[in-house]
Ligand binder design. Sequence first.
Ligand code: NAD
Length: 376
Amino acid sequence: MADPPAEPAGPREASGMALKVGVVGIAGIGNRHCQCHKEDPLADLVGVCDIVRDRADAAARRYETKAYYSVAEMLDAHPDLDVVDVTTGGRENGSWHYEPVMEALDRGRNVLVEKPLSSDVREARRMVARADEKGVYFACNLNHYFTPPAERAKKMVEDGEAGELRYCLMRMGFSGGEPTYGGAPKDDRTKGFPYFHAKAFLTHPLSVMRYLCGDVTHVQAFFGRPGFRQRAGDVMLSQTSIHMRFANDAVGYLLSTRGDTPVGLGGWWSIEVGGTKGTFCIENCIEKVTFWPAQKVGLQQPPEASVFDSGIKDFDQTFPRRIHAFLEDVSNRVPRAALRGSGRDALAALEYTWAAMESHEMGGSLVRPHALPPVH
Ligand SMILES: NC(=O)c1ccc[n+]([C@@H]2O[C@H](COP(=O)([O-])OP(=O)(O)OC[C@H]3O[C@@H](n4cnc5c(N)ncnc54)[C@H](O)[C@@H]3O)[C@@H](O)[C@H]2O)c1
């Protein structure tokens, strides 16, 4: 996928028909989505909606569009709305997604929603099922793999360059440590939730791992938190250590931390995937991917590497790239099963998260994630 302005014109763009988009929930991330739609030739931002009127009004002025104070009001005003982009947050960053998403799906709108799909996996299952019943596009902002390095890595897997995949190691961490810790969370979205980090965040690394290695069949996990959090009465399990097995027989490991230790090699997240013909490693999410082909070299000697550097260091670039891909898929009316970063893909990550939480609660027992709905 090229940067938005360089994309070839899709049918709508060619005919000057941008998709009519309304964004729901206009705080930090909602503003970022609005900006992306404003700058994307495939989108026409016709409305912004927030239950906090001042936020909706300010955004309407900023993006030269109309303000609405409820989803119903926005949908009534625009019966031809093509896309509802839901960027509400809530407890554990996902409890406010269900209502506006279901409202939009029930009215037959295509929906893009922020991750996680929900802070309750049962709601997430219902959203995916409802989108299926309605026959509309339902996608999630799985922006971490809408990057040049991830796309290149995916191609290595699909073209067989990496061979048979055998392992996948991912580490993801917010840099931090004891001296930088600000105390137990006090805000309603985080405070008192042991699984805040797991629910709010693991969708990203788990969906990157699945994007590259496929479905996960078995999960074992240990969660924990450092002494400085325990002494502060902070219940958040900020370290998750998850071992898994993929359907293709590869094994995987994900370590994630939330400000407990400084970030080391590979930047804030890196993933290494080892295949029988080559191993690749993505560093710093969007920055670069290195490939080491299988070669006859000495035991201690690494094979000659090829490095693809995207030239991009700014993580925020993942937003316009991912949003453009969704607009492109809807504009091109791709088969729903081919929708990139679909609700089903995001549900898979949430099912693995729930399996990991269950395993942690059972002292690290083996758990098989809940089955995904069939692809139609
Ligand atoms: N993909 C990423 O890289 C990334 C990064 C950070 C956050 N996020 C996600 O973005 C989402 C939003 O995060 P945030 O920090 O901007 O959230 P926030 O809680 O600060 O803001 C949510 C906004 O939604 C509004 N809202 C809630 N329910 C509503 C409803 N039914 N109708 C209209 N408006 C409603 C609230 O008034 C608020 O203005 C979260 O789910 C978070 O997980 C994603």
